[in-house]
Each structure stands twice: as C-alpha cells, then as structure tokens.
Ligand binder design. Sequence first.
Ligand code: ATP
Ligand code: MG
Ligand code: MG
Length: 378
Amino acid sequence: GGTIGVLGGGQLGRMLALSGRAMGYRFVTLDPTPDAPCGQVADRQIVASYDDAKAAQSLAEQSDVITYEFENVDADVTELLMRQSYVPQGSKLLYTTQHRLREKRAIEAAGVQVAPYAEIASAEQLREAVVQFGTPCVLKTATGGYDGKGQWVIRSLDEVEEAYDTLSRAKTELVLEQFIRFEKELSVIAARSPRGEVKAFPAAENIHINNILHLSIVPARTSESIQQEAERLAMRIAEALDVIGLIAVEMFLTRDGQLFVNELAPRPHNSGHYTMEACQTSQFEQHVRAICNLPLGSTKLLTPVVMVNVLGQHVEPLLDWIADPESERQPGVTAKVHLYGKQEAKHNRKMGHVNVLADAPEAALQWIEASNIWKTNQ
Ligand code: ATP
Ligand code: MG
Ligand code: MG
C-alpha cells in the first residue's frame, strides 16, 4: 500500500495510476489543468502550476513516494520534494536528461555512440559545423523540445542564419547533429530498481509521421542480434546513469547495423504502450515496481503487436469503428483501444492509442490499413 505522488497529470500519469491502483496504491497528482487525464483516475488532483512551491509541498505531504511523468521538472521543485518526501529517481537523472548536451555526454560516458554533434553558440560556429558535418544536419534546442518542436533540418548553407535566429529565440543552448540516414528507428525501455536489478523490454520499431510517433512494431523487423544489442545498450545506459524506474532509449539503426542513441526519456514512453497487453508486465507496472523497490516483473513478449497512436483527427473514425457492428474485424487480430479522457480532439494531439495484437506484425499492420481510421489528415 501507500500513496504515490505524480508530478504531471497527462496520459502517462493516468496509465501509471491505473496500473498502480490495481496493485493497491493510492495516487495524488499535481497538474495545472483541472480534470487532467491522470487527475480523473487518481484519488486526488492538486490543481496548480508545476513550479508552485506550496502545491509541491502539499504533494510531498500527501505522498510516500514521488515520481514524475515528464522530464522538465524545475530543479528547485525537485529539491523541495526530495527534502519533504521520497523521490527515488533523484534529481541527477532529471538534470542529465533535461539537456541534450548533458544527455549526449552521459550516453558517451556509458560507452554508447550518439550521432556526431557540436555545441553551437553563434551563427558563425553553426556555419563551420554545417560545413564539417555536411547537409542535411539537424539543429536542436538543448532543452524543452518534443514532437520535433525546437528543431531545424538544415538542408543548405543558405539556411544557417535563419535557423540560428529562429532557434536561438528559445534562449537555451543549441546543438547541431549530423543527420543519420537510418534504416529504422528503434527504442528500448529499460527499468532499474534501487536494489540494482535491471530489465529491458523488447525493442520496438518506431515509425513517425511529422515527427510524431505513429506506429511501434514489436518484434522489430530486424535481426534478433540487433534487437538484443539494442536491449543490452539500454540496460548499459540504465546502469551507467544509476537509473531508478524507467529509462526510454531512442535509437537509429543504420544499414550497416550500427546503433546510435538519439535521446533518452526517464519515464514511461509512448513507444512502450505496446507492453500494456503484449508483455507479461507493462511499462507502467514496471515503473511502480521499480520506484517502490519491488522485484521487477518479467518483460516477456506474449504476442506480436503494433501500437498505433490515436491523434485528434483519428478520434471520430475510431469511435465510428467501435460503434459499427459491420466494422472490419479480422480473424486472429485483437484491437485494444485506450483513450486518455481528453476533451478537445485537436489536430495531432495525442488522444489515445490502439494495441493491435496478432500472430505477426504484418497482420496487425494490415488491420490498421483496412480499418481506414488512420487515413485522415496524415
Ligand atoms: P520526442 O517527441 O521523441 O521527444 P523530439 O522533439 O525530442 O521528439 P527527436 O527525437 O530528437 O525530437 O527527433 C525527432 C525525430 O526527428 C526523430 O525521431 C528522427 O526521426 C528525426 N531525427 C532527429 N534527429 C535526427 C538525426 N540526427 N538524424 C536523423 N534523423 C533525426
Ligand atoms: Mg525528445
Ligand atoms: Mg524523440
């Protein structure tokens, strides 16, 4: 038993709370939006901004253990929470993963390769680095980016000034990365507990549309040795960074079989939603187990699966599909729908996901094609 406090009230917190409640834990969440996805299923929601010290204090008082569902937690808030309650994930992991340069250095220190990169402090420096890396290359803000926001793919030297001016408005350091001509994008979620136990979930093959995750395919359509290498690499990072809880590791796989880590997330990850029905333990249960110092669960894959995200534009066709008894229902395919309880179905907003279970990923992909739900506005 006990109460788990969650900083952030989005869908990751919601699924964490749903999972943790089934294990007998109570949940309190802190989020500025009333009726947030996590608030709807938690025992209580504190409605306040994340940097509100009084609210953080209240979260600490009500919680036996505190975790977060996003990595941009204010350092002062983390300090306060660590003084007033128990934050097993600590502040160092947040400090590292909040900042692309610190994160890349930590990955390299773990003996894992990242795409060649350079810290950029001026337009002249950017020009030199673009010449060195060649085009295309990717300029990114060091902090705050998600779904491809805060990035600029530089395709020619003519774009240097505009890219620099635009991204430097974010008032954070900039980093230039060589463009990796990847064959596939993979991700692995690993968990580590305070007693030092480490487990990785099976590698997912991820397909993005407009920089937003569209599909996670498991098993990834690549050799078993590459899947194992990806999983080993994620576990190595979990150990080197003294992770408690989950760490999601996004990677690029090149044609010649090399893996480059793109970025990390110290929390449940969209590309791990497939675990909810397809693995013996879900990523959410695993995170609860890790932060509560329970033994980690088996990460065994029970069935091939494709996770497909439901964005705002997909909600209507999905609801029609659910309601229509004549809908395409493919033998051997089971579609498990998850919706996050968000009211406004805005374009490209993550509203839910569907885990499509089948005998092979190809059958799940066929079902997704045939359903017509994801034809809209892509
Ligand atoms: P997320 O929503 O995953 O947090 P983000 O905004 O932090 O996204 P990244 O994951 O860094 O952004 O990049 C988004 C996508 O852009 C990647 O998944 C990949 O498809 C592409 N990309 C980013 N960096 C590179 C690179 N160096 N080489 C090739 N493609 C890249
Ligand atoms: Mg990111
Ligand atoms: Mg990413």
